[in-house]
Write a protein that binds this ligand. Structure first.
Ligand code: ADP
Ligand code: MG
Length: 176
């Protein structure tokens, strides 16, 4: 009933190979079309491309200004004006430098997570995983090691959580 293909690439699981930063941009553009609220945990080593993916994602959502890495500020807020006239709050967090999950309550992180329409994209959520509510979507990025020194190749695993499944999130249209 479930062969390898359907396990790896179902509505809720997807593995993609990104051969270039252009592919990362293409993935970001597709992610921007998903009806996503709640949080997305973006995992992967330093340099895997988490911030780069987020930058393209914010731009695809309609953000036009700069996208700074929130390494020192922990969170960068964005208020994105959509074509229908509404505003989408998006928060980009990077918890790499978090010393203690308690810091998140000092900066009011819970309130971002509680905003009904907000999307909260979190790099290094593992620094506070027991403190954070479960995400809607997990994205893992890995820098591929290839013989021809292809430094742009990345492997990306996407997984919809139980919460995301309850929201009806479906990854089957994603393709590179
Ligand atoms: P992270 O946030 O995971 O630490 P960054 O996005 O800051 O990583 O850095 C990734 C670096 O790799 C950037 O310099 C980016 O230009 C480069 N890069 C090369 N190929 C890709 C790709 N396919 N996807 C994302 N980044 C890439
Ligand atoms: Mg980063």
């Amino acid at each position: 009933m479930c062969d390898g293909q359907s396990i790896e690439n179902s509505k809720y699981l997807k593995t993609l190979i990104l051969n270039s930063e252009q592919d990362t941009k293409a993935l970001a553009e597709q992610l921007a079309t998903l009806p996503l609220t709640g949080s997305v945990w973006l995992a992967g080593d330093l340099g895997a491309g988490k911030t780069t993916l987020t930058r393209y994602w914010l731009q695809a959502l309609g953000h036009t200004g700069a996208v700074k890495s929130p390494t020192y500020t922990l969170v960068e807020p964005y208020s994105i004006h959509r074509k229908d006239g509404s505003t989408k709050p998006v928060y980009h967090a990077d918890l790499y430098r978090l010393q203690d999950p308690e810091e998140l309550s000092f900066i009011g992180f819970d309130e971002y997570l509680d905003e009904p329409e907000a999307l909260v994209i979190i790099e290094w959520a593992s620094r506070a995983d027991s403190y954070l509510p479960p995400p809607t979507l997990f994205i893992d990025m890995t820098q591929s090691v290839s013989d021809d020194n292809d430094t742009e190749a990345r492997q990306v695993h996407l997984r919809v959580s139980k919460a995301g499944q309850a929201q009806g999130l479906d990854l089957s249209q994603l393709s590179i």
